[in-house]
Design a binder for this molecule. Structure first.
Ligand SMILES: *Cc1c(COP(=O)(O)O)cnc(C)c1O
Length: 394
């Protein structure tokens, strides 16, 4: 049998050089073994409890808070609804100081609450809101600061809290990138009045769609629990204009399986991240990310900056990689402040946001996901190096 296979082999040998290699996408979601998820589905089919706080929801909510090392988590259908609801729970209005360098949902959640976003510039090393610029953006209408732990880099939370205390402002964090990240005091998700998470398919931890609010006390957790369920407190009593933000049993059951896998997912991400750092270190003009702001990092993204000192522009490199079937993402580009519903704001002017504007013109997030192979990383690194070499020869 073996002998026969060997004889047949030459006919199956692929051509030595394929013109177009397999695509490498910016991310590919981690999923647990399908058999395990089928067991979860059997449980749901047996219980017939599909949503409204079933047993898997309760189990995942508890396991999530324990895994993250936070007091309380409240599960949501997605991160955007969690953020819209967090603003409602704290009764935020007026103006909120935030960052233009984020996913558009950060600011959209403000507009959905009829709140005026006030953009301030970011720090070059973390890409997070620059605390030293917050004070000058405060007006009598300011009620809160909305920070984003961009790429999982922790915000300077102590400094932000100090300013908030001085001006009696609330602090909310969009922690959509910060799953599992810690600083010297523990989980970065403990900072501020509330922090939201996203478990969207593209995030480092996914439940297909999903999200959560991390909150410090049981009373706030109860309030948020009402708000995500139309404002119902019992069968006949509605106490607030709530929304439907509930996570279903399917997503919660998947979340339990994903939690079990997350440590090994992080290990694989870390190894690939470090391989990238080494492989790209010798390319002048290419600024590499710096994961050392966190005591435990989640290796969620690998953002490089293609500076003017690099041989070709960011957009040329981006397009060249695409032609080689390597799909990075210009994340974040454009800035939130450049979208039509924001660009008329005085705080949205590019000359007031020089750092964010520059990063946005230079950034590419390179592919990074747990199933990527060391060979894939080598292929991306080689493609970047040869783009530079060819440009330098011309
Ligand atoms: C993904 C993301 C969101 C939105 O989360 P969804 O779960 O997709 O609604 C919000 N903010 C940031 C920074 C994100 O990356």
């Amino acid at each position: 049998m073996k002998f026969q296979t060997a004889l047949r082999e030459p006919a199956h040998t692929p051509p030595a050089q394929l013109d177009v290699e397999e695509p490498i996408f910016v991310t590919k979601p981690h999923l647990p073994p399908l058999e395990d998820f089928i067991d979860t589905l059997r449980q749901i089919w047996a219980s017939k409890v599909l949503t409204n706080g079933g047993p898997l929801h309760a189990a995942f909510e508890e396991a999530l808070a324990r895994y993250l090392g936070v007091e309380h988590a409240v599960l949501f259908a997605n991160g955007t609804l969690a953020l819209v609801t967090a603003l409602q729970a704290l009764r935020i209005g007026g103006e909120v100081i935030t960052t233009p360098y984020s996913f558009v949902a950060t600011a959209h959640a403000l507009l959905w609450n009829d709140i005026k976003p006030v953009f301030v510039d970011v720090e070059p090393d973390t890409c997070n809101i620059d605390p030293e610029l917050i004070e000058s953006a405060i007006t009598p209408a300011t009620t809160a600061i909305l920070g984003v732990h961009c790429y999982g880099n922790p915000c300077k939370a102590a400094r932000i809290q100090q300013i908030a205390d001085n001006y009696n402002l609330r602090v909310i964090y969009d922690g959509a990138h910060a799953f599992g990240v810690t600083d010297v005091g523990g989980s970065v998700l403990r900072h501020g009045d509330l922090t939201i998470l996203s478990f969207h398919a593209t995030k480092v931890f996914n439940t297909f769609e999903g999200g959560a609010i991390i909150c410090p006390d049981a009373r706030t957790k109860r309030l948020i629990g009402h708000l995500k369920n139309f404002g119902f407190v019992d069968e006949v009593t509605v106490v607030a204009t709530g929304i439907n933000g509930k996570m279903s049993e399917i997503n919660a059951g998947l979340g339990l399986l994903q939690l079990r896998d997350f440590d090994s997912v992080l290990q694989r991400r870390k190894a690939l991240y470090e391989q990238y750092l080494e492989a790209l270190a010798a390319l002048p003009g290419l600024l590499l990310p710096t994961p050392e702001h966190a005591t435990k990092y989640n290796y969620s993204y690998f953002p490089v900056r293609v500076t003017p000192a690099f041989a070709i522009s960011r957009d040329d490199l981006y397009a060249r990689l695409r032609r080689q079937n390597i799909f990075g993402r210009r994340y974040f580009f454009p800035l939130i402040s450049e979208f039509p519903m924001y660009r008329g704001l005085p705080s949205a002017a590019a000359d007031r946001l020089p750092v964010a504007t520059q990063i946005s013109r230079e950034v590419i997030c390179l592919p990074l996901y747990p199933d990527m192979t060391p060979g894939d990383v080598r292929r991306v690194a080689r493609a970047i190096a040869s783009a530079r070499d060819e440009a330098n020869q011309q």
